[in-house]
Design a binder for this molecule. Structure first.
Ligand SMILES: Nc1ncnc2c1ncn2[C@@H]1O[C@H](COP(=O)(O)OP(=O)(O)OP(=O)(O)O)[C@@H](O)[C@H]1O
Length: 250
């Protein structure tokens, strides 16, 4: 992402909001990045712009050498289907379909043949071989999120974007899902960008970036949960500082 700005509302008008205010950042192949920041700091907007779900007001986003802004809507949709994976807080599975059918869906959308071996492989990767024939209502929250992870991985995306993937899970189940994400980075070289409010979740990443008022204000490598929690306090102070209070960052 190069100098990405996203302004909601007409730029210059009193009601306009710069949700992203000149963000430049790269996500290297095989890296796992957590995005943190106070509510309204632009985390979701960053994810949406990086994933080609939303177009920046200015600046550019490049994925595997392709500038997303240069693509028409149909080409962008194709790129999203084939090169990008998504998981959300609410698993977004289709209730009438089994786990295996949910996982097969992205291949169908991409017009690809659903090879049985690939489906079995990705189901095994998320540890759901025994549950492949179950519908979402017959699965626990953690299992449903693992189906969603498998569905995101089945196309072998360049980047997996996760928006609060453990927000609806209890601590133990969240740890399982985060461990699974970590494994896909380690074993399959998957690139992951994850928005989270939880310092423990962020500590599974290789790097945490902190947003405040649409700007990148800090970065932490090899994070521990304690170090993340401490930096969050500083990011919050920075956000307040931008509202006029002096000496926001210490
Ligand atoms: N569609 C929209 N129209 C107008 N303003 C928007 C829109 N989407 C987001 N915003 C504003 O942009 C800013 C950043 O929002 P964003 O959702 O990216 O923040 P966030 O860090 O993800 O917040 P949260 O942690 O609460 O989900 C906020 O001030 C928000 O009100």
């Amino acid at each position: 992402m190069d100098d990405v700005r996203k302004v909601y509302g007409k730029s210059g008008r009193a009601a306009s909001v710069a949700a992203l205010d000149g963000v430049s950042i790269g996500f290297a192949p095989g890296s796992f990045t957590a995005v943190m920041g106070p509510s309204g700091s632009g985390k979701s907007t960053l994810l949406q712009c990086a994933a080609g779900l939303d177009r920046p007001t200015s600046g550019s986003v490049t994925l595997e050498g392709q500038e997303l802004g240069a693509l028409r809507e149909t080409a962008l949709t194709k790129l999203r289907r084939e090169r990008i994976g998504f998981i959300f807080q609410s698993f977004n599975l289709l209730p009438a379909l089994t786990a295996a059918q949910n996982i097969t869906l992205p291949l169908k959308f991409a017009g690809k043949r659903a090879k049985r071996d690939r489906i079995a492989e990705v189901i095994a990767q998320v540890g759901l071989t025994e549950r492949a024939g179950h519908r979402p209502a017959e699965l626990s929250g953690g299992q449903q999120q693992r189906v969603a992870v498998a569905r995101a991985l089945v196309v072998r995306p360049a980047v997996l974007f996760a928006d609060e993937p453990t927000g609806a899970l209890d601590t133990r189940t969240a740890a399982e899902v985060l461990g699974l994400l970590r494994e896909t980075v380690r074993d399959a070289g998957q690139t992951i960008v994850m928005v989270t409010h939880d310092p423990v979740a962020a500590s599974y990443a290789d790097r945490v970036i902190f947003l405040a008022d649409g700007r990148l204000v800090d970065e932490l490598r090899a994070p521990t949960a304690d170090a993340v929690a401490e930096r969050m306090t500083v990011a919050q102070a920075t956000a307040k500082g931008a509202d006029g209070a002096k000496g926001g960052v210490r």
